[in-house]
Ligand binder design. Sequence first.
Ligand code: PMP
Length: 437
Amino acid sequence: NSTPNDLSAFWMPFTANRQFKKEPRMFVGAKDMRYTTHDGRQVLDGTAGLWCVNAGHCRPKITEAIREQAGELDYAPAFQLGHPKAFELANRLVDIAPDGLDHVLYTNSGSESVDTALKVALAYHRAKGNGSRFRLIGRERGYHGVNFGGISVGGIVSNRKMFGTLLTGVDHLPHTHLPGENSFTRGIPDKGANLADELERIVTLHDPSTIAAVIVEPVAGSTGVLIPPKGYLQKLREICTKHGILLIFDEVITGYGRLGAPFAAQYFDVTPDIIVTAKGLTNGVIPMGAVFVSSEIHDAFMTGPEHMIEFFHGYTYSGNPIASAAALATLDTYKEEGLLTRAAEIGPYWEEQLHALRDCPHVVDIRNLGLIGAIELKPIDGEPTKRAFNAFLEAYNDGLLIRTTGDIIALSPPLIISKAEIDELFDKLRKVLMRNI
Ligand code: PMP
């Protein structure tokens, strides 16, 4: 378990990884809420890995299901053939999804789920005989993975600029974070639902019958936890319905209990036409994604004349047996331990302890929803992102894993976190923030 001497072969593209290669930090083990580092220390997981290990690490039931499946049926082709667990899983997923989202397509990651959803949306309109709908609308600061579709609709310019022309006909709604106005808001901000009116403006700017879909994260996670104002998602739904535009929720982060309901769609009481998921589907343990679609969409492809509506899509590993077994065991664990609603129960305590950091130096905003939290730091002049990155390094050395994006610290612990562990997390973080970072 010692650190390998030569770290050069594995290309880790982000430039921050140059620093990592000079000063490697490696995990060699994990259990429940904690990682073990290569130098034998325990690190409290404040981020559920990358927002994915919702039930905590190395849960015996999930580990055992993977082991058993790998020894019984390791692989089955995904076309014209199948295996029982993929079908059982789809039924179980539809049971916890919002009413009306009755069909599931499998992928292997969040990025693949996003591209799958965009392809479904574009093809759906064609299956209905409306080939003129090609425009896609995302949101500034939206993150939808790293594949071509995802970076095209994603709202992070720096993620797009190295790749020339991507998908054309993409517009971006303004993001929902109003600096200053919703500082230190607890939960859902009251003001700002009118930001959704921008969709109506974009729609009327173009011919509405050219717009295929709108994709948003209900809560933008990777770009710093941007929580939509009350009524905002409802307005998007109304405008989309009015113009025959499909609404897609990217729930790669918010899915599987992060907000205290199975999906953000239920939490906000807004049903989109498509929900994109991955991460928590298998507790982050095995790569797998699932895209939920309405019966209306499914039936447009599967009940019409076959030669007219071929939807060419699917992956070698779609719904593979080991991932399906892992997902079924994950859903069992969520159910047995009440984890899909746990964030609603522990959320108020989480909120209280999180907002108590308000008096720490350099803290300019704190936001929370479910078991998500964000602490925005004042940038160091001329060195934006440095302060949060310093906090990440200090926290890691003190035995706490946090995530940073720009000058924002993001928190999203496994949903099994206890009150004592919440106390420990914020004690550690307070000590870090009180230093001169
Ligand atoms: N969408 C959202 C909202 C995400 O947060 C992420 C990953 N952070 C993705 C898509 C991409 O998922 P993956 O990394 O599994 O491709």
